[in-house]
Design a protein around this ligand. Structure first.
Ligand SMILES: [Fe+2]
Length: 701
């Protein structure tokens, strides 16, 4: 395998001709390793077997890695003819390999292995001709043609690893050992593990856009987390250590397991890890293509649910809280171990990148700082369910790589395994699997007195909320400025820019108006009727970002990440107090304001007349009341007798403005002319409702 050792490519530096050659070589080697992996199958018949009942037959993956390139090159318009439309359909289906696909094999009429091999050869030639001829300029960034080539290569490398896990699940008599490199020959009893203190620090997560390596969309963005002090196990948990949990009735004791874990255990009737076998009193370990006597000093390979049960058992037996590391804690370990990233390695610092062997190895073999195997050997489960970092954007040519896993049910694995190559071997790599899934993954224990805080940051899907978010924070249609921004400016022009004026916004909504007003005023209170809505601006204020899903077109959706600093609104954010409150029934504390803004709120109240009669109580003398309204009264919200206007009285029309004037005249004088502002309420990427809101200004006497 020596000649097949590669490192992912630096896409920022170097000249185009050299880079083209480098990528060509990287592609060829990737292809060769991929082919070599399948030489471990005893015959072509085995391609029609399934390693895992929830996954496709092995043949799918042989076709899939080739088809993926062609489909992406078509999508990117880098080629204009397909090789085999039928293959390019059947080997594309089920690419969401990260979820439980209920695979009905009746839907698949798998072709001959020889036909798939022939297809692969044609695909390889076509990809090579694209590599030789497609435009390449440096740096290669994610909207350039060569990014798509890299996407195909890195995708193939992911499947190298996931397919090896599937081959590991085939019956032993269907596979041949020794054809895919050498397994580690060292085996012995488990070393005594210990916990080592790691001091807390601020950890920056997320990869900058100009990072030299290819990255999947979920790696980009910026997220800062303060990690408290913790203790982490020196070694990964070894088979020997894990055996104690088994012997102590670990798989029979419900209290050690999460509910999800216990359900899984019962469903599978699991008594030990998936790759363990028992022969009389002896334990045996299944590797990809062979079985060996249990190497007690190798890492225990388990799913998250088992790792978590082990940690809970430790908590129970030691009285100290044990768990797995979070994603941020893993980065602290990486830092503490003084590890560099892939292209700075002379030789890999651990059992990774296929640089040493084609199996796990003893947990005390690769020392990295005070620890062992912070990278390499087997992946390490974390407590952190994957989600995008603030600023996350979907790559348009692979829109379902990450977002289906942003559901709180897929936990991150970090560190890479012996077969993690390319992007998988970089420190920014973020792969996540369902918690019951098996990869070449084990775990490290963490002991910490600090409560485990998991930021879930899921995407808002509540439609009423997301529509408001998109209208306020989404891309504006051409020549259609954001209503809230324009209104804030108008308020400032009329009220003047005395920063000490106290301002009340009675329709906080998704917060845009308040953040805009806080650029001009130091004391802004923004209230909204529902907690559902107000938590959006509160998240923006506290965490600097929020996210939601919007309709794109048809069944397509898009994911929007809003980062406050991108709008230049960070500086005033602490001037705002966001609270949930009912504008019709305000607490006494919401008084003494110099400016009250009532943006598109009257039409949402059950009694706007009563509201208008009482609003002066909240305003200082000479204070300014700003009303913006579409005067669109809906009698399911506002019963007819509570409309201020918009009807005929004694045969004559009474406009809403006339009605409001009459109500307010007792305490207020209107000044200036009403001003009409456009609102484009977006319903999807291409559809919006256009409303015209009338803004009027009233001075309290
Ligand atoms: Fe795939």
């Amino acid at each position: 395998m020596e000649h097949l050792i590669t490192r992912t490519i630096d896409l920022q530096h170097g000249n185009p001709d050299e880079k083209r050659k480098e990528i060509r070589d990287y592609f060829l080697k990737t292809w060769e390793i991929d082919e070599k992996l399948y030489t471990q199958l005893k015959s072509d018949d085995i391609f029609y077997h399934r390693g895992d009942p929830l996954r496709h037959v092995i043949l799918f993956y042989l076709g899939h890695t080739a088809v993926f390139y062609i489909n992406k090159l078509m999508l990117a318009k880098m080629i204009d003819t397909r090789i085999n439309p039928e293959f390019e359909s059947i080997f594309a289906i089920g690419v969401d390999e990260m979820s439980w696909d209920d695979l009905n094999e009746k839907h698949y009429n798998w072709p001959q292995v020889s036909a798939v091999r022939e297809y692969r050869n044609k695909a390889k030639d076509l990809i090579l001709s694209v590599i030789d001829n497609a435009p390449l300029s440096m740096p290669v960034t994610w909207n350039q043609p060569f990014w798509i080539i890299m996407m195909g290569i890195e995708h193939q490398r992911i499947h190298l690893e996931t397919s090896s896990v599937l081959i590991r699940q085939l019956p032993l008599n269907e596979v041949i050992a020794g054809r895919f490199g050498e397994r580690c020959p060292e085996s012995g009893s488990a070393p005594e593990n210990e916990l080592i203190t790691v001091t807390g620090a601020k950890v920056m997560l997320g990869k900058p856009e100009n990072h030299p390596f290819y990255g999947w969309d979920n790696e980009y963005g910026k997220y800062e987390e303060h990690v408290e002090d913790f203790r982490a196990s020196k070694y990964l948990i070894s088979n020997g250590e894990y055996l104690k949990f088994i012997h102590d009735g670990g798989y029979q004791t419900e209290e050690y397991w999460t509910e999800e874990g216990w359900n899984w255990r019962n469903f599978k009737e699991a008594e030990m890890p998936l790759f363990w076998r028992k022969n009389g009193e002896d334990y045996i370990l299944r590797l990809v293509a062979e079985e060996i006597p249990m190497p007690w000093n190798w890492p225990a390979e388990v799913n998250y649910l088992e790792a978590k049960a082990f940690a809970n058992w430790k908590t129970k037996t030691t009285g100290k809280i044990h768990r797995l590391p979070t994603e941020a804690e893993w980065y602290r370990l990486h830092e503490a171990a003084g590890l560099k990233d892939v292209t700075d390695w002379q030789k890999a610092p651990g059992n990774i990148n296929l640089e040493y062997c084609t199996s796990p190895c003893p947990v005390d073999k690769f020392k990295q700082g005070d620890f062992y195997d912070v990278v390499g050997n087997v992946w390490q489960w974390t407590e952190t369910p994957i989600t995008g970092y603030p600023g996350f954007k979907v790559h348009p040519l692979y829109d379902d790589f990450s977002t289906p896993t942003f559901d709180g049910k897929h936990n991150l694995i970090k560190g890479g395994s012996w077969i993690s190559t390319g992007n998988e071997a970089t420190s920014h790599a973020r792969y996540a699997f369902r918690r019951h899934f098996y990869q070449h993954a084990g775990f490290r224990l963490v002991e910490s007195a600090h409560p485990l805080v998991i930021q879930s940051n899921e995407y808002e899907t509540d439609q009423e909320v997301t529509l408001s978010c998109e209208s306020n924070w989404g891309d504006s249609f051409i020549a259609a400025p954001i209503f809230s921004k324009v209104l804030a400016r108008l308020v400032k022009d009329v009220a003047g820019d005395n920063r000490t004026l106290r301002l009340l916004d009675l329709n906080g909504d998704s917060g845009r108006l308040a953040f805009e007003l806080a650029q001009y005023y130091d004391d802004v209170t923004a209230l909204d009727f529902t907690a559902r809505m107000i938590r959006i601006p509160i998240q923006l204020q506290e965490q600097g970002f929020m996210r939601y899903v919007m309709k794109d077109e048809g069944e397509l959706q898009f994911f929007r990440d809003v980062v406050l600093s991108d709008y230049g609104l960070e500086s005033g954010k602490n001037n705002i107090l966001f609270m949930q409150a009912d504008a019709m029934n305000l607490k006494p504390l919401y008084s003494g304001y110099d400016i009250i803004v009532v943006p598109n709120l009257l039409e949402e109240l059950n009694n706007p007349i009563l509201f208008l009669k009482k609003i002066h109580e909240r305003l200082n003398n000479n204070g300014l009341l700003v009303i913006a309204s579409t005067y669109e009264w809906d009698d399911t919200i506002t019963t007819r007798e509570n409309w201020p206007g918009g009807f005929k009285q004694d045969g004559e029309p009474v406009t809403s403005l006339d009605g409001i004037k009459q109500i307010l005249s007792e305490k207020f004088d209107i000044f200036g002319d009403p001003i009409d502002l456009n609102i484009y309420q977006k319903l999807s990427s291409r559809i919006s409702v256009h409303k015209i809101s009338q803004v009027t200004f009233w001075k309290k006497r």
